[in-house]
Design a protein around this ligand. Sequence first.
Ligand code: NAD
Length: 439
Amino acid sequence: MTVIGCGYLGATHATCMAELGHEVLGLDTDPEKTAALAEGRPPFYEPDLAEMLDRNTRSGRLRFTSSYAEAAEFGQLHFLAVGTPQRPDGAADLRQLESAVSLLAPHLRRPCVLVGKSTVPVGTAALLTTTLRGLAPVGARASLAWSPEFLREGHAVEDTLRPDRLVFGRSDGDGRSLAALREVYVALITAGIPVVETDLATAELIKTAANSFLATKISFINAMAEVCEAAGGDVWQLAEALAYDSRIGGQFLRPGLGFGGGCLPKDIRGFVARAHELGAGRALGFLREVDGVNDRRRVRMVELAERACGGALAGRRIGVWGAAFKPGTDDIRDSPALAVAVALRERGADVVVYDPRAMDNARKAFPYLEYADSAAAAAGGTDALLHLTEWQEFGEVDPAGLADRVRAPRLIDGRSGLDLDRWRRAGWTCDVLGHGPVE
Ligand code: NAD
């Protein structure tokens, strides 16, 4: 099989497919990425991936190329894992997918199945089927199925090998695609992973619906945080009490700086845009508010920093702990931590950032921010320290040791991951996003 597009999703997928015993050829148009992967080095950080990639490239079961002719020759099943970024108007940009299908199709010479894994607006598989039919030689008997991916960065390997469910979408009467997917995933199916076999449109919708639900849950508790801040309630106790209700559940119910990354924000916006095209925009109006609540958390964080600095940020030095959009990854796409860092810089603060994994990516994207090479160094000389990505490492820092190194021992916890009693005992003034300032 081949995996076309070897970014966060594709490189992990290719490696895990090889781990399951398949012969895999990964294809990416970025030669630096394929070169690194071929040497067994993931071009990004993902726990457990490096070792598995190394093992499978060494065994020869996993190879990488940039040649579509080679991929067409090699695979009977082609996974499509290229990016679907956000267009300026909020809709999903499908050009990587259109290009991947257009470049592969003319080379196809034998019966094969293309399986989309990327997250797409409903109707994309139908469009790509038309492209495929138009460009593939008649004898190729190429069909297209959709099996969206649900992996979480930071847990990508585990999620690929032990997903909560598999979704197989195919067009009416396309038993060949279904048989191919059942064969590829036989180990997981035998292990009891549930499979939902459905049509193409439903498969596409399942993924965007899942991400919309998760984003809604995060913004729901953050909306409650806004109300608690105004009313003097405790959103943490509120969240705890809600979580005891098994119909609600506690996951994704942590108040804080909200969601970011390369998926949730763009996926809900793309879903809204597509619903409008379909004349069903009103059904998803609430997702605009989900997005709005999420953005306001970032604004609130900046306000708290400003307040902690006596009302003006100009000339103040602010330490930012975290650059990745969440712990366990070096992905900084739409990172809440960096959005706050940039906003503080725009208001005249000197911002110094530290992240255990995402420094290279952050430096490339925001060269005008200052970077420190440790958590302690980022805190040094600051007027306020902001905890914005909840890496375990930050919880292990000794606040007593830091208090002497700062200009003012003021902490604002945007992720509520720190033991604030300990920080307070060490002389720090602590604010928590969601609690409002603690006087
Ligand atoms: P990414 O940007 O990291 O990877 C995309 C890769 O495709 C890049 O390496 C790029 O060089 C390559 N590419 C672009 N055009 C190509 C072409 N024509 N041929 C071959 N390669 C090409 O993106 P990602 O995070 O891996 O996401 C990929 C898709 O998976 C998106 O639709 C995303 O929404 C979805 N998804 C991502 C995750 C995640 O956690 N990252 C989880 C589930 C679903």
